[in-house]
Design a protein around this ligand. Structure first.
Ligand code: MG
Length: 149
């Protein structure tokens, strides 16, 4: 068994799409980033590389590399899964911290999209959403923990 944890944070910017787990969420602001800014997938990728003991998202997909400009984080996740070789994901648990918009209506859609992308059942993919209690209105952050066998 190997456990990994990941965390990420992005500024929110007007006119950018808000993308979480590969799903576009209706919002006036989205993640400011070199890539598509999918903060949830970035935390998951860091958790996976952490469990592998093999660096982090920045060492595998540097944001100074033009190849990753506006890249879909789903593509990076797919590449990360190929790095895992024969290892299996037992479960994934994650938390998104965002004040607006409320994410509850979209959580199951995100879970399903991630479960499909990671070849998992929806019961293996937990996504929770919290607010910052208005202490961090201009950012979105996400935490993820994975267990590999
Ligand atoms: Mg990021």
């Amino acid at each position: 068994m190997r456990i990994g944890s990941g965390w990420d944070l992005h500024h929110l910017k007007a006119g950018r799409p808000l993308i979480l787990g590969g799903i576009i969420i209706p919002s006036l602001r989205g993640e400011e980033a070199h890539s598509d800014g999918d903060v949830l997938i970035h935390a998951i990728i860091d958790a996976l590389y952490g469990a592998l003991g093999d660096g982090d998202i920045g060492s595998h997909y540097p944001d100074t590399d033009p190849a990753y400009k506006d890249v879909s984080s789903m593509r990076l996740l797919d590449d990360t899964l190929t790095h895992m070789g024969e290892r299996n994901i037992i479960n994934l648990d994650s938390t998104i911290i965002l004040d607006e918009p409320k994410l509850r209506p979209y959580i199951d859609t995100i879970r399903k999209n991630l479960a499909d992308a990671m070849h998992l059942s929806i019961g293996q993919v937990s996504i929770k959403a919290k607010t910052s209690e208005h202490t961090a209105l201009d950012v979105i952050s996400a935490q993820a923990v994975v267990l590999l066998s």
